[in-house]
Design a protein around this ligand. Sequence first.
Ligand SMILES: Nc1ncnc2c1ncn2[C@@H]1O[C@H](COP(=O)(O)OP(=O)(O)OP(=O)(O)O)[C@@H](O)[C@H]1O
Length: 265
Amino acid sequence: MADRGDRRDMSVIRAEALRKTFGGGAVVAVDDADFTVREGEFISLVGPSGCGKSTLLRMVAGLLDRSAGTLSIHGRDVTGPNPAVAMMFQKPTLLDWRTAIENVLLPSEIGGRVTDDDRRKAMGLLRLAGLEDFAFSFPSQLSGGMQQRVALARLLQTGADILLLDEPFGALDEFTREHLNVELMRIVGEVGATTLFVTHNIGEAIFLADRVFVMTPRPGRIAGIVEVPFERPRRPSLQQSAEFNALVSKVRATFETETTAGEDA
Ligand SMILES: Nc1ncnc2c1ncn2[C@@H]1O[C@H](COP(=O)(O)OP(=O)(O)OP(=O)(O)O)[C@@H](O)[C@H]1O
């Protein structure tokens, strides 16, 4: 089996001149996006509201058709949803009348009969998410952060190796969010998933990622790609370091250069 270093050389998502317009071309949500994502890589997509982050993610998920350009996953043209890809949103979308483990088992149920292996896997994922003792609790008995961890376990139960996370902790308070970010890094690192994570927050984007795609609006473009050199595991205190703050400034400068260029045009 290839080690993590080898796997990182293989691209699993590839986009060239990717474009999405709405309203017959009146709104250019994503313009001329060129990028590759390597296996096991964690990419943050950061940018202000309306710069096309969710649109880009939905195209990768196969939920939205592209208007132009190419987009492939594992070397295959994206023409619709793909079992290798799973997406998670800001709201947990758990079923209130089902326990945590019954929620995690949903993808297996949709796929057919639930086997003992499926149950073992679901319990293992709840353990990985730190929720072993809450497997038989209902969503109303869990905090917002715990509900999102159940949703993450359910995402992994699908067997997808590409995770698309659209501000998954955006509705939570800052303390819970920081804790869950550390947990998320640990969990996706352990399962070796390739991850695209959308956020408005520059610090969060850098803290989590191997590379940050910086998006700017009107039209939505990837204005720059910033490499994050910090070793893993990472601790929240990293965010106080001078090196970390230098990267925050670099991302900010990418926004400012683009915005000023747009105003000058
Ligand atoms: N279905 C749609 N029909 C028309 N316009 C749309 C549609 N979806 C998105 N847009 C427009 O495309 C642009 C990009 O939207 P998108 O939701 O991708 O941005 P975003 O960066 O994810 O924003 P936010 O951070 O607020 O979620 C916006 O101008 C938005 O109004």
